[in-house]
Design a protein around this ligand. Sequence first.
Ligand code: HEC
Ligand code: HEC
Length: 210
Amino acid sequence: MNHVDRAHSQVSALCRAAIGTAAWLVIGPAAAQDAKTIAATVCVACHTEDGNSVIPMFPKIAGQQETYVIKQLKDFMSGRRKSDVMGPIVAQLKPEDVAPLAAYFSQQKLMPSAPGDKDVLGLGKMIFYDGNEETGVPACVGCHQALGAGFDIYPRIGGQHAEYIRQQLKNFAAGERSNDPSRYMRVTAKRLSDEEANAVAQYLMGLGGK
Ligand code: HEC
Ligand code: HEC
């Protein structure tokens, strides 16, 4: 088993555990209504009401994987993922708001951005599909799927703001973000050069749509 295969089978086990937890969180129409109201009154300020943030430092959460969003909101709540911005916001939410909010944003249509810096798209595409064998960077597509659409606990990264992606890669590399299962992203981000991290972020920005 190589590094990525091993990583994969560990994630599959985690996926099954995560699906098990999510399965009993049945979302009724009343809860969905509440999520829309919270989105329109709280989240709107930074992510916009439908999750298509227009400010590059605020992530787009429209069309984001539902299981991933549930995990992030819980991680912000427990402090496993630290953010001076999201910390105080999740402190105002009730635990039972998490699943309906995740369902609501995952169902919104992602508006992809214009493609990034043309000069680096070739390198970015290579990193996404092949990684860098010499430095042990795994291919992003192996976990983040075609068009970077994500699956389950693997986030959608296609169509995301390049600046947000670059910042998260920096945070993972420095260990400031440490909520990734089995350290996948801390290891990957550390192996990426600045040039490669920027290139793959520019490439990802123009990918996808739902
Ligand atoms: C004041 C601005 C602001 C508001 C309001 C806000 N967010 Fe955020 N949100 C952010 C920032 C900034 C981040 C990135 C945090 C980081 O640096 O890791 C973020 C990250 C997230 C993430 C993780 C996204 C990812 O791709 O990992 C989710 C999910 C999220 N927010 C959901 C919400 C929800 C739901 C609401 C409303 C209840 C909300 N946010 C309100 C600024 C905001
Ligand atoms: C072995 C699987 C795996 C590989 C390979 C992988 N990732 Fe990830 N990535 C993950 C997981 C799992 C998460 C979510 C971590 C969490 O739960 O917070 C993630 C999160 C991310 C995030 C944060 C997204 C957000 O919305 O905050 C970015 C950006 C990212 N990966 C980029 C990449 C890039 C670029 C590559 C290729 C160089 C890559 N990943 C390769 C598994 C992987």
